[in-house]
Ligand binder design. Structure first.
Ligand code: C2E
Ligand code: MG
Ligand code: MG
Length: 580
């Protein structure tokens, strides 16, 4: 049970720092608490009010006498509200009139708590102005933008001005939850448009996007370009319905962007990932709102783009979870908690192993063996994938050397290592690979680097440069998870690839749908036409294997042959028929 002194103790400090106005009145109607935020909003200073009857300045006969006006929480005995030593923290939402320091009458809404008992009993709670002269203004009252607050490309506000407006909106919101909303809209795959059309046309597309967004701005208080291909919109709603306004805008904006953009004689199709954040009880700072909108936008991107996410409690928990994963991942390398498992790549005779794919695992001290999908995205986001990826490369190359040394018969297998997009973006990748090959003495053609189709296409032009440099070293290159990204076929032929790995989802369709089979057959033909070897991923049944054989697929990988295994369990006959 919470005692009164306990409650008061908790209030001190807590109430003082709270971002919403707080008022508390004792059983005799005397003000005992008035926090700094209330001073800001209503103009009355704490020492003008505390110790004086609430009616003297603040008016509000509603608050007097306390017991009668507050009313009992549903189902309780009103007489028991002031039981000795008991705090009844259950209370209803109330509306009443206050007077601000300028003498204006303000309707406030608040959730009031009855606290304490008898003579020391009090009633208090957080209060928001809902109408009256102290009201939420829109940021339109801002002075006109100065030239340095304008984005020269689009004529929209720039980020600095948007932040200013947002801060003002937050300050004017008086902490009323849901009265300020931020929309962050980031174009999907815009980098690819820039690299294929050139920057000038890319800029043209951006200014057309800006025009369309302005055209559907509706009741937005501000629209801005925050830099690159990112746009911001601000919504204010004195009745706490900023979310509705923001959602309606997002709907209109996506509709507007779905029409193709004509750039000279080319049509460009765009989509966007959108994050929405709202001010709430505890979130009342422009910087935090922007960061939340950004987190929500990245969440939308993670889902493959073209979607909308609103920052909320479940996202907060997910972010905390990610942060804790990141935290323990930092030490996973030092503590040797990471290990590699290997899965054979076999010829379609089903017996000859030609390579091993290295697949990372995390032996977590509390959670046991953790699969890559649980931590690779976190490692990519935090940049930890760079040292982790370098470790994977070195470890896999060492392991292969070790196997080769033990094979007196002259093993010919290679090792396949997955690279993430972030590693491809890192200029050190070339020297990392060279260094590891030199240290381990592995011939470069025995190392295959796998890059997923979506990582390649994220920024195809830059990836091309890096792939060519890797090819110079002499390593082999494979495009992984083929069929899940958006390859442009014209690009594919420019990449110096050796191998194409057909994604498991297509292999699983074999023997199930004829359409699925046709796709796989076509992909294999295409790959062969481009001079690539084809590996079918995730082969689980002999039926799938038979179909793949009939399509003249070259290689396969899957549970039918072997699951990924720790190095120690890999059959000693690597490089020779697996089960001869
Ligand atoms: P991937 O490179 O496409 O690897 C194939 C995945 O399919 C592996 O999952 C493998 O265990 C699984 N698999 C293989 N055969 C079968 C099958 O017959 N049936 C089914 N259902 N699954 C099969 P895993 O090990 O969980 O790895 C998932 C992904 O994580 C990999 O996909 C790769 O993209 C990534 N990854 C793994 N290790 C690394 C690494 O060291 N670095 C990076 N950047 N990514 C890695
Ligand atoms: Mg792979
Ligand atoms: Mg794959």
């Amino acid at each position: 049970m919470i005692t009164y002194s306990n409650w008061r103790y908790r209030c001190n400090g807590f109430v003082g720092n709270w971002p919403e106005p707080y008022l508390e009145v004792d059983g005799d109607g005397v003000v005992i608490e008035w926090n700094p935020r209330a001073e800001e909003v209503f103009g009355w200073q704490r020492d003008e009010l505390v110790g004086r009857p609430v009616t003297e300045h603040l008016v509000a006969p509603v608050l007097q006498p306390v017991g009668a006006t507050i009313g009992a929480p549903a189902g309780s005995d009103p007489a028991r509200l002031f039981d000795p030593g008991v705090v009844s923290a259950s209370a209803a939402d109330h509306q009443f009139q206050l007077q601000d320091r300028a003498g204006r009458s303000v309707t406030v809404a608040g959730r009031l708590f009855v606290t304490g008992h008898g003579a020391v009993g009090s009633v208090g709670g957080f209060i928001h102005p809902t109408s009256g002269t102290v009201r939420i203004q829109t940021a339109d009252a801002d002075p006109a933008a100065t030239p340095e607050q304008i984005d020269p490309l689009t004529g929209l506000d720039n980020r600095a001005r948007f932040e200013k407006r947002l801060s003002a909106a937050v300050a004017q919101s008086f902490g009323l939850s849901g009265s300020v909303g931020v929309v962050l809209l980031d174009l999907d795959r815009f980098k690819a448009i820039n690299s294929s059309l050139g920057h000038d046309r890319g800029d043209l597309v951006l200014s057309m996007v800006a025009q369309r967004l302005e055209g559907v701005a509706g009741d937005a208080s501000a629209i801005a370009r925050s830099g690159g291909d990112e746009f911001l919109a601000l919504f204010q709603s004195p009745d706490g319905r900023a979310h509705d306004r923001a959602s309606a805008f997002v709907e209109r904006a996506r509709q507007a962007l779905s029409e193709p953009f004509g750039v000279n004689d080319t049509e460009v199709f765009l989509d966007a990932s959108v994050g929405v954040a709202l001010n709430t009880f505890g979130v009342n700072e422009a910087g935090v709102l922007l960061a939340n909108a950004e987190s929500a936008m990245y969440q939308a991107k993670d889902r493959g783009g073209s979607s909308v996410e609103t920052y909320g409690e479940s996202m907060r928990i997910e972010l905390l979870d990610r942060m804790s994963t990141e935290h323990s991942l930092h030490r996973a390398l030092e503590r040797s908690e990471l290990e590699l498992h290997y899965q054979p790549v076999v010829e379609l005779d089903g017996v000859t192993t030609v390579g091993m794919e290295a697949l990372i695992r995390w032996q977590h001290p509390d959670q046991g063996l953790v699969a890559p999908y649980r931590f690779i995205p976190v490692a990519e986001e935090s940049g930890l994938i760079i040292p982790i990826g370098a470790w994977v490369l070195e470890e896999a190359c060492h392991q292969l050397r070790d196997w080769h040394h033990r094979e007196s018969s002259g093993a010919r297998g290679s090792v396949e290592v997955n690279l993430s997009a972030r590693q491809i973006d890192d200029p050190r990748i070339i020297s990392t690979v060279e260094g590891i090959l030199a240290r381990t003495g592995l011939p470069p053609e025995q190392l295959t680097l796998e890059i997923t189709e979506s990582a390649l296409m994220k920024d195809a032009a830059s990836a091309l440069v890096v792939l060519r440099a890797l090819k110079e070293i002499g390593v082999l290159l494979a495009i992984d998870d083929f069929g899940t990204g958006y390859s442009s076929l014209s690009y594919l032929q420019h990449f110096p690839l050796d191998m194409l790995k057909v994604d498991r989802s297509f292999v699983q369709a074999l023997g199930v749908s004829s359409e699925g089979e046709e796709i796989v057959a076509a992909v294999i033909k295409l790959a062969h036409a481009l001079g690539l070897k084809v590996v079918a991923e995730g082969v689980e049944t002999t039926e799938q294997l038979d179909v793949l054989r009939s399509f003249e697929c070259d290689l396969a990988q899957g549970y039918l042959f072997s699951k990924p295994l720790p190095a120690s369990e890999i059959v000693a006959s690597f490089g020779l028929p697996l089960s001869a």
